[in-house]
Design a protein around this ligand. Structure first.
Ligand SMILES: Nc1ncnc2c1ncn2[C@@H]1O[C@H](COP(=O)(O)OP(=O)(O)O)[C@@H](O)[C@H]1O
Ligand SMILES: O=C(CO)[C@@H](O)[C@H](O)COP(=O)(O)O
Length: 492
């Protein structure tokens, strides 16, 4: 009997599935998109049933495309969008739609929580800043606005924990996602008494926690029928999409660092000890490996800024055409800068009200200059995250570049020159679904270690090296970029 692994990546805009063979090589991947519901401005919700339906469709397709039979799948792993809140009743049924990480309704609760707990206590208990859309903040909003939801809620879950419950009938959680709720203490790997008290929650309202790679339970007969898999197939606890993506890219050891420019931007740096930014501009979360943490910088609008420019401003072009033209104009083009805070910002400002701006516009500037400024602005914003990592002792020799931005050489060159480091473009698409399947492989004993699991991750493409002349230009421009946010804040 062949031994195949299935990984499910429950993302914000869709669910992806991947099938790996026994060595960890990806045979096929497939996905289904879904909407983000916004019943009021600033709200972002999804009905968990939509995730389940997407999982059924994506799994059917990936089995068909890989030629793997459902009964040949030996283990299922999960990854999920982080921070979000799913409230379920005593039968595990969703009490209301999930409130997603992108939801901004809880900004007033965040402000109050910060005042009530204070930065020092927050740093000691959670090692993290609180943000709107994190489970703790959304829960505090529910307490003030939906008492009936609060009364009916038995467990607070994360999205992939909800999907796992729908697959196995078992409620549970694991550290990588738990640490991103802000109800968890990443120093002790347990729910935090300080934060639970602040949220008015008793610990039994949170799911019991298990290692990410541990088998939770087998697929129920009903789920097996819906997914065309075998009843009883083991499902592991899974992990947060950032940590599982890192596993799927082979980033498990200290010193390896990835920088992602997708819709948003993220830095991911594994740690052997928990270290947090005393000013709470970075996140400290648990990895999916035991006794390993990671620092995360989260930039809310990265590639999305180019999409905004393409769709709302310079209508009519494609990404490639725009970026090709931008490659033809000078670096840090004539003093034109773009601050990419189109939807507020997390790292470094943790300011949901931050806004975007072009500065230095003149009659000389056209499509190509605007595009270049937008792409440079995104990479400058990422550099601020890298600087914070360096301040905490993370000095990567090279950066593994991930995300849709790898599709254009200008994005890669800008990263090499603005970070002044070799950029290795990741060769592995669908790294999160791959990582989820690898986690299942560890859980069922197909791989005897995480290091063995990542052996089949494809090596990155050849590195893009910094160009000293461009590095010098960007080193001069970067301090000017950093002055824009405080200057605009002062002018408000
Ligand atoms: N051909 C291209 N040229 C330049 N940029 C691109 C190209 N294709 C994708 N991108 C960038 O990648 C972003 C999408 O990244 P991706 O990782 O696919 O998104 P997601 O976060 O939804 O998975 C786009 O918003 C765009 O900025
Ligand atoms: O906010 C974060 C990480 O802190 C995101 O990684 C979310 O977890 C959602 O990811 P996508 O579904 O957009 O990939």
């Amino acid at each position: 009997m062949n031994r195949y692994l299935l990984g499910l990546d429950l993302g914000t805009s869709g669910l992806k599935a991947a099938v790996l063979d026994g060595s960890g090589r990806m045979l096929a991947s497939a996905g289904r998109e879904y909407a983000i519901d916004s019943p009021r401005p600033g709200w972002a919700e999804q009905d968990p049933q939509v995730w389940y339906t997407a999982a059924c469709a994506a799994v059917s397709q990936v089995l068909a495309e890989s030629g793997v039979r459902g009964d040949e799948v030996q283990g299922v792993g999960l990854a999920g969008q982080m921070h979000s809140l799913v409230c379920v009743d005593e039968n595990g049924a969703a009490v209301r739609p999930a409130i997603l990480w992108a939801d901004q309704r809880s900004a007033p609760q965040v402000k109050r929580l910060n005042e009530q707990i204070g930065r020092e206590k927050l740093a000691a208990s959670a090692g993290n800043p609180v943000a709107a859309g994190f489970a703790i903040s959304s829960w505090l909003w529910l307490r003030e606005n939906e008492p009936e939801t609060v009364r009916r809620t038995r467990f607070l879950l994360q999205p992939k924990d909800m999907l796992r419950f729908m697959l196995t009938g078992v409620i549970g959680g694991e550290p990588s996602d738990a640490s991103a709720t802000l109800l968890f203490d990443p120093h002790t790997w347990t729910w935090s008494p300080v934060l639970l008290e602040a949220a008015g929650l008793s610990p039994d309202r949170l799911p019991p926690l298990h290692p990410s790679a541990e088998v939770c339970a087998g697929l129920t007969s009903a789920a097996a029928r819906d997914l065309n898999l075998k009843a009883g197939t083991p499902v592991v606890y899974g992990g947060s999409d950032q940590a599982v993506q890192a596993l799927g890219q082979g980033i498990i050891d200290v010193g390896q660092v990835s920088g992602t420019i997708g819709t948003g931007g993220q830095w991911f740096a594994p740690l052997a000890q928990p270290v947090h930014d005393p000013q709470l501009r970075l996140h400290l979360f648990c990895h999916v490996l035991p006794a390993r943490w990671h620092l995360e910088a989260a930039i809310l609008t990265a590639g999305l800024a180019l999409r905004w420019l393409r769709d709302q401003v310079l209508t009519g072009g494609g990404y490639t055409e725009l970026a090709d033209a931008a490659a033809g104009v000078a670096a840090a083009t004539d003093g034109l800068f773009f601050l990419p805070y189109l939807a507020g910002e997390r790292t470094p400002h943790m300011d949901p009200l931050a806004t975007a701006a072009f500065t230095g516009l003149t009659l000389r500037h056209g499509r190509a200059h605007l595009t270049r400024a937008v792409m440079e602005g995104v990479v400058f914003a990422m550099r601020e995250g890298l600087d914070l990592l360096e301040g905490l002792g993370v000095h990567p020799e090279a950066v593994l570049a991930c995300g849709g931005s790898n599709r254009h050489p200008l994005w890669l060159k800008l990263q090499a020159n603005i970070y002044n480091r070799p950029i290795q473009p990741a060769a592995s698409p669908e790294a999160t679904a791959r990582g989820a399947a690898l986690l299942a492989g560890v859980g069922i004993g197909q791989f005897d270690s995480f290091s063995a699991a990542v052996q089949a991750v494809p090596a990155p493409h050849p590195a893009v090296l910094p160009d000293p002349a461009e590095v010098e230009k960007y080193d001069r421009a970067y301090p000017r970029f950093k002055q824009i946010y405080p200057a605009l804040k002062k002018a408000e």
